[in-house]
Design a protein around this ligand. Sequence first.
Ligand SMILES: CC(C)=CCC/C(C)=C/CC/C(C)=C/CC/C(C)=C/CC/C(C)=C/CC/C(C)=C/CC/C(C)=C/COP(=O)(O)OP(=O)(O)O
Ligand SMILES: O=P(O)(O)OC[C@@H](O)CO
Ligand SMILES: [Mg+2]
Length: 234
Amino acid sequence: MLPSFYSDWKHVFKLDPDREIDDDALEAVCMSGTDAILVGGSSGVTFENTVDLMSRIRRYEVSCAFELSDASCGVPGFDGYLIPSVLNTRRSEWLIGRHVEALRDFGHLLPWESVAGVAYLVLNPDSTVARLTEAEAGISNAEAIAYSQVADKLWTVPILYVEYSGTYGDMDLLRDIRAALQSAQLIYGGGIDGPERAAQAARFADTVVVGNVIYDNLAAAIATVHAVKEAVKE
Ligand SMILES: CC(C)=CCC/C(C)=C/CC/C(C)=C/CC/C(C)=C/CC/C(C)=C/CC/C(C)=C/CC/C(C)=C/COP(=O)(O)OP(=O)(O)O
Ligand SMILES: O=P(O)(O)OC[C@@H](O)CO
Ligand SMILES: [Mg+2]
């Protein structure tokens, strides 16, 4: 498989266009040595707040990708675009329905060479994304592994995202999902509050995403970069 814009990502910071970040904090994040900034959120993302955040990140050399979760937010100028689908949603619109409508209407505008689909497994029932998409987050570990295998082995998705947004996940499950995958890049995100948890997740995930702690404890967030880069993958 040809390498893509996300293939080398070990550590990623996720910035939400719907949240405030001052210039000093943004500089610390962009100059931290992270592999990329991923712009995205599950609610309150608009064309305007996305353009605003992208243009501020563009002052720095760091790669910058956008997670497109609303068809009205097709902002050009990112290095790459991730398009999420939720595997364990009860509503097919979040798996495929909205995507079909968006591609029908706007697909001709997409820079396809810089686009990748992402299969999300949403596992924190209290997260915004779980509520929004009515995800069946309380599934057993065997079911979570089966979902992952459907995405990876049957559908050959490029990226599987194990999403615990807002809480730290089950690392034994992450290990077992890792072991069950054939080719998908494994992204982990959720509840990483500093270097220890970041290093643990990096043992099993190809890519570790750090989000909310940027806004809650910037120093702890910055420390996750080194922790992930130095972690030994199992
Ligand atoms: C030039 C250019 C780029 C043109 C683009 C043209 C265009 C718009 C083409 C259409 C492309 C397309 C197929 C778009 C998909 C449209 C769509 C609506 C897809 C649905 C996506 C989806 C499943 C959304 C649900 C939410 C989700 C999974 C979001 C991902 C990000 C995420 C989970 C963030 C975490 O959320 P957060 O807010 O941080 O949560 P917490 O509160 O818990 O922290
Ligand atoms: O905000 P946190 O809990 O770090 O989660 C990161 C990311 O997976 C959210 O989509
Ligand atoms: Mg968030």
